[in-house]
Design a protein around this ligand. Structure first.
Ligand SMILES: [Zn+2]
Length: 175
C-alpha cells in the first residue's frame, strides 16, 4: 500500500473520535491524532531497512509488520495500565493497536504479511500483482488493486470537515 495508510488512519481516527465522544471521553481529537500516527507507525521500519539493514530483508518480515507483536504489545500495555490504575490510557492503547493493525491489514492486500507468526511462517497476500513494468512502483500503481487506495483517499477527503463543507457550499451555490 502506497498512499492510503494515512487516509485509512484518518477514517479510523474519525470513527474512534465519534465513539469516544459517545462514551463521554473529553479529548476525542487526541485519539484521532494517535490513530493517524499509528496507521503509519509500522512503516518507520523503512529507516532500518534502508539505513541499517541495507535492504537485506523485506521490511514486512520485521517485527513492526508482524500482527502478533502489536496485539501482544496492546494486551501488555492494557494490563499495565489497569495494574497502575490508569484506565484513562486504555483508549490510547486501543487507538495504537487499531491503527497499527489497520496498517498491516492494508499491507496484506498486495504485500505479504505473516499473520500466523509464530505458529506458521506462511505469508498471506490477497492479490498477486504481476511484474509487468520495469519500474516496480508502476506495477502497483497501474494495477486494479490501486483503486482501493483511491477509494480510501476519497472517503478521507470527504470526511474532512472543511473539505466536505466546501463541497456542500459549492453545491448549494450551483443553480
Ligand atoms: Zn507497511
Amino acid at each position: 500500500m502506497f498512499i492510503a495508510h494515512l487516509p485509512a488512519g484518518y477514517i479510523a481516527g474519525t470513527l474512534v473520535e465519534r465513539l469516544a465522544a459517545r462514551f463521554g471521553y473529553d479529548t476525542p481529537r487526541r485519539l484521532t491524532a494517535v490513530t493517524l500516527l499509528a496507521s503509519v507507525l509500522p512503516d518507520f521500519d523503512l529507516l532500518w531497512f534502508y539505513l541499517v539493514d541495507q535492504r537485506q530483508h523485506l521490511h514486512h518480515t520485521y517485527w513492526t509488520h508482524i500482527p502478533v507483536f502489536w496485539v501482544a504489545l496492546g494486551i501488555v500495555a492494557a494490563l499495565i495500565a489497569l495494574a497502575i490504575r490508569r484506565r484513562d490510557a486504555l483508549p490510547y492503547i486501543g487507538a495504537v493497536t487499531l491503527g497499527t493493525l489497520l496498517h498491516i491489514v492494508l499491507d496484506t492486500v498486495a504485500g505479504g504479511i505473516h499473520w500466523l507468526y509464530p505458529l506458521s511462517s506462511v505469508e498471506t497476500r490477497w492479490v498477486e500483482v504481476p511484474s509487468v513494468y520495469g519500474w516496480w512502483i508502476a506495477n502497483f500503481v497501474l494495477h486494479w488493486s490501486f483503486a482501493l487506495e483511491l477509494i480510501l483517499l476519497g472517503i478521507a477527503i470527504w470526511l474532512h470537515p472543511r473539505f466536505a463543507s466546501r463541497v456542500i457550499a459549492f453545491w448549494r451555490r450551483s443553480p
